[in-house]
Design a protein around this ligand. Structure first.
Ligand code: X2W
Length: 287
């Protein structure tokens, strides 16, 4: 009898959770949400399955999710196997022609298809592409010292609108097309910010392996404005790997994205927690 009571309580709690989500579901109906899924946030097969289910649920309730993925650790692993040395300058991989081939093979081939398959296994219809497809992300060389590292300069998001209309979920590898037939390697955060900006997305979720932006006491700040981010950066509190993330967030806001969130993608159901509960997750940055 007691066991039955406990089970009933679980179901009642589930029903209450769904009921409480209603205002959030209404708020995000028809919204575009760009999710950067970093290589460090991609954990086990189980974590990938949970992520994929969250994305399919989002789409089921009327959101247009766009996944932009990274895969830095997976590229490192393959370069190691091939005994190709790789260096980073300010968080960007120095990319010569041989490295570029491996980057494209790993991102477009291995990582992209793993995510596409995980979403499709949950009943979604994901389509994998890179910034080269339909000239989605046209790039220029960032700095000659970095080789084939690209900065997005012109976006053509028509292909994404087409996929939204067909209820398909775009999964994008961060590669760009050059004006002279080159392929460029684009930092995953930069690519996600450029795509979110071009779509004027309602949300940019940067899923990483830290809980969010921390203050001087090491506590996660749940809500920040752009000027707050500038202050923390000048004070040296926002430092290291967090800088490209907050810069991406601020650039996206400047291009018309409503809010950017930096959150721990390894936490269970991180995307749903952020979008559909009062609790939210990580650090939300608004203008
Ligand atoms: C990155 C692209 C992948 C990436 C790289 O080659 O590693 C540059 O550095 P994460 O997992 O998001 O770090 N590109 C130019 O950004 O992956």
């Amino acid at each position: 009898m007691k066991k039955q009571d406990a089970m009933n309580r679980d179901w009642i709690a589930t029903a209450r959770t769904l009921s409480q989500a209603l205002p959030y579901l209404q708020r995000y109906e028809g919204a575009t949400v760009v999710i950067k899924f970093g290589g460090h946030a991609m954990g086990s097969d189980e974590a990938m399955e949970t992520f994929a289910r969250d994305i399919v649920l989002m789409q089921q309730v009327g959101v247009n999710p766009v996944i932009v993925h990274g895969g830095g650790p997976m590229i490192n692993e393959m370069l190691d196997k091939l005994e190709i040395k790789s260096d980073f300058v300010n968080g960007k991989r120095v990319t010569d022609a041989a490295t570029m081939e491996v980057v494209e093979m790993v991102l477009s081939g291995r990582v992209n298809k793993r995510i596409v398959q995980a979403i499709n296994e949950q009943g979604g219809r994901a389509v994998g592409l890179s910034g080269k497809d339909a000239n989605l992300m046209v790039c220029e060389e960032t700095n000659p010292d970095l080789g084939f590292v690209g900065t997005p300069v012109k976006m053509h998001t028509g292909v994404l609108e087409t996929l939204f209309k067909a209820d398909m979920i775009p999964v994008i590898a961060p590669l760009g097309a050059g004006m002279n037939g080159e392929t460029f390697n684009v930092n995953g955060d930069t690519a996600a910010g450029a795509i979110a900006g071009a779509l004027k997305a309602d949300r940019l979720l940067l899923l990483t392996d830290v809980a969010g932006v921390k203050n001087a006491d090491g506590e996660v700040v749940t809500e920040l404005t752009a000027s707050h981010v500038h202050e923390l950066t000048e004070a040296g509190v926002i430092a290291g790997g967090m800088i490209p993330k907050t810069e991406t967030a601020l650039n996206a806001l400047n291009q018309g994205v409503r809010a950017a969130v930096i959150l721990d993608g390894r936490a269970p159901n991180a995307c749903l927690l952020e979008l559909f509960t009062e609790h939210g997750a990580g650090s939300i940055i608004r203008q």
